[in-house]
Design a protein around this ligand. Structure first.
Ligand SMILES: NC(=O)c1ccc[n+]([C@@H]2O[C@H](COP(=O)([O-])OP(=O)(O)OC[C@H]3O[C@@H](n4cnc5c(N)ncnc54)[C@H](OP(=O)(O)O)[C@@H]3O)[C@@H](O)[C@H]2O)c1
Length: 398
């Protein structure tokens, strides 16, 4: 990353400037009399439990020159992969460096966000002040109030009709769902079904909505909740686009396959079959999906939330010739930048048309004065299951 950063101690000279754009959530900015921006970043220097390894670091960013842009973060989600990266268990590792003026080499967590362009260098061509941009690829380090990078590290998104949370979560989950539904098997609208576990996750919710828009029937498998909460979640996912919603326990009973056949005959389509399974859980919930796939069907694994291995009965391969594939949106995006751009545009158009919603969020406000503890606790809390939404840093008075 080409970052132009000078550690600067003129905090007393900080001016509070009113945002020029009233529609922005940005109310004030910390910009010094000398044009320096004060930035706060969550950082880590060693892998481990988030509450033990994360720190809050302050540094100054000088005015941008050349092709550099200074960005102000508006919203940044807390995705499972971000946590795995901090724990050191994620395959792509961050770059640890002293570029932010830290005493130890450090990395900034976070892979997704939407930023507002605060200032641009003299040769910047693709964005201007006030534009919204998202990372051009994963690995940027987004859990910080401001950053300065080259313009080619971001992609402009048309902000009209969007909330920051829409743009902040468009580059990972909806794209993952979109590609998995289109790139592995041909699903015939009005006839074919797909099944998925972790169906109330961000990816799962995206798949339910896209599936419905594209005329596909779907079975959503979720972890059961006690009492009313379980029923409420089932209704929510049915409203979102699922054809049927079942608990993990229900999907593991001997009657599940015949239950699906009954649903198919009720749906009135001859030749229906479950041809695609999307697995982000692993263990028994994954085997349950494989067992109801039609011969020649495909299971795409994209996560392992239960941390259990995928142990498959050999008969599923010998007699049903099932295919088992994996998908990683980071790699796909790097290899298909133009398709990635089109997909992001496609999802945001659906949002503007009111046909697609991002999942529920649990917002954590991040102001300039927000103490480290509040931020770190929010990150640590994402390790708990059965949450009401995805953690999201929402930046206020920074
Ligand atoms: N390969 C890729 O390119 C790619 C892209 C995006 C996401 N992912 C992966 O997909 C998964 C979901 O990510 P997300 O951002 O969509 O999730 P999210 O919105 O943050 O939600 C987390 C989901 O995980 C479920 N979960 C947590 N612990 C579980 C367990 N022990 N057993 C079963 N389910 C469990 C939660 O279910 P409850 O509500 O029941 O707790 C919830 O549905 C993660 O593994 C993530 O790393 C992969």
């Amino acid at each position: 990353m080409r970052a132009s950063i000078l550690v600067h101690s003129f905090r007393s000279a900080v001016l509070r400037e009113k945002s020029t754009n009233p529609s922005s959530i940005l109310q004030t900015r910390s910009i010094s009399a000398y044009g320096y921006t004060q930035s706060k970043s969550l950082i880590y220097s060693t892998y481990g439990t988030p509450s033990e390894v994360l720190n809050l670091h302050t540094h100054s960013i000088s005015p941008p020159h050349g092709s550099l842009v200074t960005l102000r973060t508006l919203a940044a989600p807390l995705n499972p992969a971000d946590i795995n990266q901090i724990q050191g268990t994620y395959p792509s590792k961050p770059t640890f460096s002293t570029a932010l003026g830290t005493s130890q080499p450090a990395a900034v967590p976070g892979n997704e966000a939407v930023f507002e362009v605060q200032a641009v260098g003299s040769s910047v061509k693709t964005v201007k002040q006030g534009d919204w941009v998202v990372p051009a690829r994963t690995g940027l380090g987004t859990w910080r109030t401001h950053l300065q990078i080259d313009e080619d590290q971001v992609m402009r998104v048309e902000r009209q009709g969007l909330q920051p949370a829409h743009a902040a979560t468009v580059t990972v989950n909806p794209l993952t769902a979109w590609r998995m539904l289109t790139d592995f098997v041909h699903l015939e609208p009005g006839r074919d079904w797909f099944i998925q576990n972790g169906a109330n996750s961000g990816v799962g919710r995206a798949a339910l909505q896209l599936g419905k828009l594209w005329g596909l029937k779907s079975i959503a498998v979720v972890r059961d909740r006690p009492g009313q909460e379980g029923e409420r979640l089932k209704k929510e996912l049915l409203d979102l686009g699922a054809t049927r919603v079942v608990s993990e326990e229900e999907s593991q009973t001997g009657e599940f396959a015949s239950q699906i056949k009954t649903w198919m005959s009720e749906s009135g389509t001859s030749g229906s079959a479950v041809r695609l399974a999307l697995n982000c859980v692993g263990g028994k919930p994954a085997v349950a999906l494989a067992k109801v796939l039609a011969p020649g069907g495909c299971m795409v694994t994209y996560g392992a939330m239960s941390k259990q291995p995928l142990s498959l009965p050999a008969g599923l391969l010998i007699f049903k010739n099932l295919r088992f594939e994996g998908f990683w949106v980071s790699k796909w995006g790097d290899e298909h930048p133009e398709d990635r751009r089109k997909c992001i545009g496609g999802v945001l158009d659906l949002v503007r048309e009111g046909k697609f919603t991002m999942g529920p969020t649990m917002d954590v406000r991040w102001d300039f004065k927000t103490p480290k503890e509040g931020l770190v606790t929010a990150v640590q809390d994402t390790l708990e299951g059965y949450r009401k939404g995805k953690g999201m840093f929402v930046f206020g008075d920074t």
